[in-house]
Design a protein around this ligand. Structure first.
Ligand code: ZN
Length: 386
């Protein structure tokens, strides 16, 4: 089958105008033509075609929390609200997971880095068309509990692995994990790609720099002893990074309050970092977006994620791109496509995905309603071609 489009986003930063792509029945790319096809049977697509997307950060098991948490309360209000409403009857949880797995596929997402705390999402993931990498996430600030938390997480990890699913252990964030637990996770995930929530709220910076603020108060309200979780390192990101070898592949998620000095310090300390943005969740929780233009420096690798439905109205990578574009119109759609496609596939080492290249089976998305320069607009929508 041959598809001709106004724009082909190849996913790796290359863009072709009035071009065509030919795929076989299995979806393998056979040919890319830098012109409209003369083939009369070619299907004309108005707008653009891209490879399918990689959602680098989601929490599928929280799908039943859709529209349950109030917007714009800040992370210190979001986390307690989430915890108090998390447990509902199993069939509600299961139905939401199944429905949103399907919805992500329809939204052109072929692979997901999914934060996982329990087993709820396992049955859906086993039969999904989407490839999931499961970040089995651990948290807990009480040092005496570290062993127990680690054992529990290792049990969840084994269940996923025994079903043939891709998984490894990761820490929640700089602020919610004790040093002994960090060390156990680092040991268990040596050589694996890991993920950490990073600088998601202003209070995270305040907690590390001044041992006060709303996040500090939230942790104390959860019954933690401030003496015990006092940190020596005054930068939350560097605190988390110190537990991992300098070449560990690490996805830093959110970066909402990251500053130029943080990027510099992290890049000096670690060589294999990926920066993941989930702008809709940042807007939902904090009503702010990261300073994304800071990350356009050469050498920094950015990716995109949706976060969970507890802090997003949809699970759509295109919707994340549209929000970035509405705040930072100078960032080219083609750049965002590279974050959504090749960079995500590279992070998860998914060789077939992320780039429109002969021999790859990357999936194809139709992106409609581009402007006359091939940029996404408010009205752009995504649908899966294959
Ligand atoms: Zn998250």
């Amino acid at each position: 089958m041959m598809y001709s489009a106004d724009y082909l986003f190849l996913g790796d930063g290359n863009l072709l105008k009035n071009a065509s792509v030919k795929v076989n029945r299995e979806g393998t790319i056979l040919e890319i033509l830098e012109s409209s096809s003369n083939d009369e049977s070619a299907i004309k697509i108005e707008g653009g075609i891209s490879p399918s997307f990689i959602n680098c950060h989601c929490h599928l098991e929280l799908s039943h929390m859709h529209k349950k948490v109030e917007m714009h309360g800040g992370l210190h209000q979001f986390i307690p609200s989430l915890q108090s409403q998390r447990k509902v009857d199993q069939s509600t949880i299961d139905k939401a997971i199944q429905a949103w797995d399907q919805k992500m596929w329809e939204n052109g997402i072929s692979a997901v880095g999914d934060i996982t705390n329990g087993l709820d999402s396992l049955p859906t993931k086993k039969s999904s068309k989407i490839h999931y990498h499961n970040f089995i996430e651990l948290f807990g600030l009480r040092e005496a509990k570290a062993e127990e938390i680690f054992e529990h997480g290792s049990g969840v990890l084994e269940r996923f692995k025994s079903e043939g699913l891709s998984a490894n252990l990761v820490p929640h964030s700089p602020y919610a994990v004790s040093d002994p637990l960090y060390k156990m996770i680092a040991e268990a995930s040596r050589g694996k790609a890991i993920s950490i929530h990073n600088q998601e709220t202003k209070g995270e910076r305040q907690m590390f720099e001044e041992a006060k603020g709303p996040l500090q108060e939230m942790l104390e309200n959860f019954g933690n002893d401030p003496e015990e979780f006092a940190k020596e390192q005054s930068n939350s990101l560097l605190h988390a990074l110190q537990f991992f070898p300098e070449d560990q592949k690490i996805l830093l998620v959110h970066n909402t309050f990251s500053e130029a000095a943080d990027l510099q310090a992290a890049s000096n300390s670690h060589s294999n970092l990926y920066w993941c943005f989930c702008p809709q969740a940042n807007w939902y929780i904090e009503k702010t977006l990261p300073n994304i233009p800071l990350f356009l420096e050469p050498g920094l690798k950015c990716t995109l994620g949706t976060d969970s439905l507890a802090s997003n109205l949809e699970l759509s990578i295109l919707a994340e791109m549209k929000l970035i574009k509405s705040h930072y119109p100078e960032i080219k759609t083609n750049t965002l496509m590279q974050w959504a496609c090749a960079n995500g596939a590279e992070f998860f080492e998914l060789d077939d995905l992320g780039k429109m290249e002969i021999g790859k089976k990357c999936g194809l998305n139709h992106i409609s309603n581009l402007d006359s320069n091939g940029e996404i607009t408010e009205d752009s929508a995504v649908s899966r071609i294959i």
